[in-house]
Design a protein around this ligand. Structure first.
Ligand SMILES: NC(=O)c1ccc[n+]([C@@H]2O[C@H](COP(=O)([O-])OP(=O)(O)OC[C@H]3O[C@@H](n4cnc5c(N)ncnc54)[C@H](OP(=O)(O)O)[C@@H]3O)[C@@H](O)[C@H]2O)c1
Length: 249
């Protein structure tokens, strides 16, 4: 029997990178998956890639109404859910003196507010002994140049995870944080680094990682499966860093 047979998993930002790899693995492990993202075509392509076990919902996690719509669709289609992965997120690197109000607000609206109200909307539908996974970042533990705002958005999520691990304990719902280190996804193209500088930037990051390379989305997906499945049945309130050891140096 696969580890997620009969389970329903909702994965925000499941149309790309870590979210898509997680959705594919969860489906392979027997779950039905609901993915979200803002780009309809990318959502549709991801659903096709995942297969019959998936449905896609277009929307913006910064919009509380979107979360209510997701919850309504999950209620109608599946009667509830077992796993919620708050994965959707953005990052733009800039020294603090150059951060505009708009950039600051956008990162907090998506990464932090989006996570909070996503969990608030789905929580009444989560079945007992379910699992909530919040995708954070190594950046909330290790200072990275130009990441002050991003780190702040993810540090707030860490506090949410610890609070919710206690708030949801009576229903046996486990809440954990999954903190990737630098991982080979499309986010590396959205950091505001000039294309000609990107290779150098990635090379510099890889040299700062004890395992000598960036992570792969599949490696984060396997960690998410551990937290979502019975394999992690006695794990709640932790911050699982999957970063090739980068936080050590
Ligand atoms: N890759 C890394 O090095 C790394 C390191 C640490 C943490 N992380 C975290 O890992 C998570 C996944 O990122 P990734 O690396 O897989 O990057 P990615 O490939 O860019 O995926 C991000 C996903 O989030 C979705 N998204 C972004 N803003 C959204 C919004 N407002 N509403 C709905 N969906 C939204 C994107 O879809 P649309 O654009 O279609 O909306 C996309 O599917 C993020 O939370 C990120 O902060 C990544």
């Amino acid at each position: 029997m696969t580890s997620l047979t009969g389970k329903v998993a909702v994965i925000t930002g499941g149309n790309s990178g870590i979210g898509l790899a997680t959705a594919k693995l969860f489906a392979a492990e027997g779950a039905r998956v609901v993915i979200t993202g803002r780009r309809q075509q990318v959502v549709d392509a991801a659903v096709a890639e995942i297969g019959a076990a998936a449905i896609g919902i277009r929307g913006d996690v910064a919009d509380v109404g979107h979360h209510r719509q997701v919850a309504e669709i999950v209620r109608e289609r599946f009667g509830g859910a077992d796993i919620y992965v708050a994965n959707a997120g953005v990052n733009s690197i800039a020294p603090s003196q150059q951060v505009s109000e708009a950039e600051y607000d956008a990162q907090f609206a998506i990464n932090t507010r989006g996570t909070f109200f996503g969990v608030q909307a789905i929580a009444p539908l989560l079945r007992d002994n379910g699992a909530i996974i919040l995708v954070g970042s190594l950046a909330s533990d290790k200072v990275l140049d130009g990441h002050a705002v991003y780190a702040g958005t993810k540090a707030a999520i860490q506090a949410f995870a610890r609070s919710w691990a206690l708030e949801f304990r009576d229903r046996g719902i486990r809440v954990n944080m999954l903190s990737p280190g630098p991982t080979e996804t499309a986010i590396l193209e959205k950091l505001g680094i000039a294309p000609e500088d990107r290779e150098g930037f990635v090379g510099k990051m890889a040299s700062a990682i004890p395992l000598g390379r960036l992570g792969r989305p599949e490696e984060l997906a396997r960690a998410a499966l551990f937290l979502a499945s019975d394999a992690g049945s006695f794990v709640t309130g932790i911050n699982l860093r999957v970063d090739g050891g980068m936080a050590l140096i």
